[in-house]
Ligand binder design. Structure first.
Ligand code: 6R9
Length: 635
C-alpha cells in the first residue's frame, strides 16, 4: 500500500518529492493499486497548457460508482455509507448501508434509463440535502449521464441559465425543502425556471415536505412510484477515463456562469487520495462535511472522495442555527463524528454565540477539523482550535477551487505542523508558483504574488462546457504555461502558503463565490438604475459583504432611497438568489473611471472598507472629483 496513506512529515516530503519528480509514475502507482478499472490506460498523462488540453489515464475504462459502491459490498456491505441527519432533530437519522446504497442507486439509475436518459445526456439536479441528492448524482454516474447539480438556494433565473447552458433535458427536484423552521417551495422555483427552458421534457419530483404542488401532466412525475417499479439491477456503464462525469457552475468575472467540466478517472483518483490523507480517514471513522452537495466541496468530499474510500459520510439537511446554535455540536455528539469539515463563515457565526452551546456536548470523538471556502481569520482559527478541537484536533485549512476538483494546499493532520491562517504546504503532486504582475515567477521564500499551478494534476477541470476559449482565456492566458487560480498568496520563510484573497472580480461572501458582473447586471435591470459597481468589504461573520455604488437615471423625479434599495435587492434575489443581496447601497452621481472607461474598483473597495488613508494614484482617472464626493457620502 505504498504512498497511499501518509503518516509523518518526513514521509510527506519524501512522497512529495517523488510525486513532482515523476508525476506520471507516481499517479500511475496510486491509480493502479487503489481503484477498480475495467481496462488500464494506454498513457498516464498527456498535456499542453497552451491549448489547453490535459488527459489523464487515456484509454482506461471504469465506472466511478463501481469504485464508490460495488467494490465495497463484499467487505463493507452492512457498513453505513451515508448517514442522513434530517433538518428536524426529533426525526430519526437514517443509516444507509453500502448494500442499500447499491440498491437505491441502481433503482434510480433504471428510472433515469426508463425515462430515456442516455450516456452523455445532461441531467440537472436541484434538490435539498436529502439522500436522493447523493443517490441521483450516483445514478447519473452509473449510466454515464453528466450531472449538473445546482445549489437549491439559487433563484429560478439562475437555475434556468444553468439548465439552458448545458442543455439539460431532465430536472430532478423535490416538492419543497426544509430550512430550519422554514419550508421552501422548490418545485415552484423549478416551474418558474422551466418557463424559459423549452428543452426540458421530464421533471422527477421527490416527496419531501408533503405539500400540494402543481404537477404538469406528461412532464412531471413523482419519483417514488417509478422507483417502486424499477429493478435493483443496473449494470454500470463503462466509461472512458476522460469522459465527463459532471458539470458544476461557478461564478466568473463576466455575467454567464462557467460550467466547469470534470472528468471521470482523474477526478476519482485525486478526490479519493486527498480524502484519505487530508482527513486521515480510518475504517471506523464517521466523517462529516457540512457543505451542500450543490458546491464542489460536497461533490468531492461528501460524495465521491468518502465513498471511494468506503467511508461513512454524514449528510446534514439542516442549518447550524436550528433549533439553536448548538446543532452542529449536538450532531457531532450524537453520531460520534471523527472528522468535521466546515467553512470559516459558519465558525464565525458560531463563535458569536455563548460557549455554553458548545460545552453542553461531548466533542471528544473529534480527531480532525477542517476549514474551506475562504481564508480563515486568526480569531476564528483560535476559537475553532480551542473550543471545538480542545487544542488536540489539528485544523486542516484546505485551499482549493471548483476548478481544481480536489484539495490543493493543505496541512496533513498529525503530519504537517499547523499555523493559523496558513493553508501550509502543497498537497502531494501539486506544484504551485507565485508570479509577479509582469509574469515572472517569484522564487524562494518570503514572497507574495499571484498563485498559479505549474503542472497538471488529475482532477483539474478539462474545459468550460460549450466554451473552451473562455477556459483558455480565464485560466491559461495570464501566465504562460501555467494554470492561474485568481487568488493571491504569500509564501513564508519555511515555504508555507497563506492565501490572501481573490485578485479578480470574484467576491467570496459566506464562502460562496459571487462574480461582481452578474450582480451588476441584475442591479442594472432596475428601471431607475443607470449604472452600478459592486465591491466587497470586510464583514465579521460573512468574511466579505457586498457594497453597491449605484447611479440613478436622471428622470427629474425624486425616489425614496430606502424603497429603491429594497427593490434592487429584490431583483438580485430573483436573478441570483438571496446570498447575493447587497448589505449597503450608496447612490452616487458618478463612478471613478480610467481613461479607457474601466471602473476603478480598487478605489471603491477601499472606500467601502473604510480604508481611505492611501487611495493610490487617482490622477489618471477621467473624473477624479467623484472620489471625494463618494467618500463624503459613504455609508
Ligand atoms: C473549494 C471551494 C474557490 C475560492 C478560491 C479562494 C477561496 C477556498 C480557501 C480559500 C483561502 C482557503 N478559498 N478555500 N481561500 N483559504 N482554505 O471553496 O471552491 O467555491 O470554487 O471557491 O475560494 O478564493 O479561489 P470554490
Amino acid at each position: 500500500m505504498s504512498n497511499y496513506h501518509i503518516k509523518h512529515l518526513e514521509e510527506y516530503y519524501q512522497v512529495y518529492r517523488k510525486s513532482v519528480r515523476n508525476p506520471e509514475g507516481f499517479w500511475e502507482e496510486i491509480a493502479e493499486e487503489h481503484f477498480m478499472w475495467r481496462k488500464k490506460w494506454d498513457n498516464v498523462l498527456s498535456w499542453d497548457f497552451s491549448k489547453p488540453e490535459v488527459k489523464w489515464f487515456e484509454g482506461a475504462q471504469l465506472n466511478i460508482t463501481e469504485n464508490c459502491i460495488d467494490r465495497h459490498l463484499a467487505t463493507r456491505g452492512e457498513k453505513t455509507a451515508i448517514l442522513f441527519e434530517p433538518n428536524n432533530p426529533s426525526d430519526p437519522a437514517e443509516h444507509i448501508t453500502y448494500n442499500q446504497l447499491h440498491q437505491r442507486v441502481n433503482k434510480f439509475a433504471n428510472v433515469l434509463k426508463n425515462q430515456g436518459v442516455q450516456k452523455g445526456d445532461r441531467v440537472c439536479i436541484y434538490l435539498p440535502m436529502i439522500p436522493e441528492l447523493a443517490i441521483s448524482v450516483l445514478a447519473c454516474a452509473r449510466i454515464g449521464a453528466i450531472h449538473s447539480v445546482v445549489f437549491a438556494g439559487f433563484s429560478s433565473t439562475a437555475l434556468a441559465t444553468r439548465i439552458n447552458d448545458s442543455d439539460c433535458k431532465m430536472v430532478i427536484t423535490s416538492d419543497g425543502s426544509y430550512r430550519g423552521a422554514k419550508t421552501i417551495d422548490l418545485k415552484g422555483i423549478v416551474d418558474e425556471a422551466l418557463e424559459i427552458c423549452p428543452d426540458v421534457n421530464t421533471v422527477l419530483v421527490v416527496k419531501r415536505i408533503n405539500t400540494d404542488i402543481n404537477m404538469v401532466t406528461g412532464r412531471d412525475h413523482w419519483l417514488q412510484p417509478l422507483l417502486d417499479a424499477a429493478s435493483t439491477d443496473c449494470e454500470p456503464e463503462i466509461m472512458n477515463a476522460e469522459d465527463p462525469l459532471f458539470i458544476l457552475y461557478t461564478s466568473g468575472s463576466t455575467g454567464q456562469p462557467k460550467g466547469m467540466v470534470h472528468s471521470t478517472g482523474g477526478y476519482m483518483v485525486y478526490a479519493a487520495y486527498t480524502f484519505k490523507n487530508v482527513f486521515q480517514y480510518r475504517e471506523k471513522d464517521v466523517y462529516w462535511c457540512t457543505a451542500d452537495i450543490g458546491w464542489i466541496t460536497g461533490h468531492s468530499y461528501i460524495v465521491y472522495g468518502p465513498l471511494a474510500n468506503g467511508a461513512t459520510t454524514v449528510m446534514f439537511e439542516g442549518v447550524p442555527s436550528y433549533p439553536d446554535f448548538g446543532r452542529f455540536w449536538e450532531v457531532v455528539q450524537k453520531h460520534k463524528v471523527t472528522q468535521f469539515y466546515t467553512a470559516p463563515t459558519a465558525i464565525r457565526a458560531l463563535a458569536k454565540q455563548g460557549l455554553e452551546l458548545v460545552e453542553k456536548y461531548d466533542l471528544s470523538s473529534l480527531k480532525v477539523l477542517g476549514s474551506v471556502g475562504e481564508p480563515i481569520n486568526e480569531e476564528a482559527w483560535h476559537w475553532y482550535n480551542d473550543n471545538i478541537g480542545k487544542k488536540n484536533s489539528p485544523i486542516v485549512d484546505t485551499w482549493w477551487q471548483t476548478e481544481t476538483g480536489g484539495i490543493m494546499i493543505t496541512p496533513i493532520p498529525y503530519v504537517t505542523p499547523t499555523k493559523p491562517t496558513y493553508a501550509t504546504l502543497p498537497f502531494i503532486g501539486i506544484q504551485p508558483a507565485l508570479m509577479d504582475e509582469e509574469g515572472k515567477e517569484l522564487k524562494g521564500n518570503q514572497v507574495d504574488g499571484r498563485l498559479c499551478i505549474k503542472y497538471p494534476w488529475p482532477s483539474m477541470a478539462r474545459t468550460i462546457w460549450g466554451n473552451h476559449q473562455r477556459y483558455k482565456d480565464t485560466y491559461f492566458s495570464a501566465y504562460k504555461n501555467m494554470y492561474f487560480t485568481g487568488d493571491g498568496a504569500l509564501r513564508d520563510e519555511v515555504g508555507y502558503y497563506r492565501i490572501t484573497g481573490r485578485v479578480d472580480d470574484v467576491i467570496i461572501v459566506s464562502g460562496h463565490n459571487l462574480g461582481t458582473a452578474p450582480i451588476e447586471d441584475a442591479v442594472n435591470e432596475h428601471p431607475a438604475v443607470a449604472e452600478s459597481a459592486i465591491v466587497g468589504f470586510p464583514h465579521d461573520v460573512k468574511g466579505n459583504a457586498l457594497y453597491g455604488y449605484v447611479i440613478l437615471k436622471d428622470t427629474g423625479e425624486s425616489r425614496n432611497h430606502d424603497n429603491l434599495r429594497k427593490e434592487i435587492n429584490q431583483i438580485i434575489t430573483e436573478h441570483i438568489g438571496p446570498i447575493a443581496k447587497l448589505d449597503k447601497i450608496q447612490f452616487t452621481s458618478g463612478l471613478p473611471k480610467t481613461r479607457s472607461g474601466k471602473i476603478m474598483r480598487r478605489i471603491l473597495r477601499k472606500i467601502a472598507g473604510n480604508d481611505t488613508s492611501n487611495l493610490g494614484d487617482t490622477s489618471t482617472l477621467l473624473n477624479p472629483e467623484v472620489v471625494q464626493d463618494i467618500m463624503d457620502n459613504v455609508l
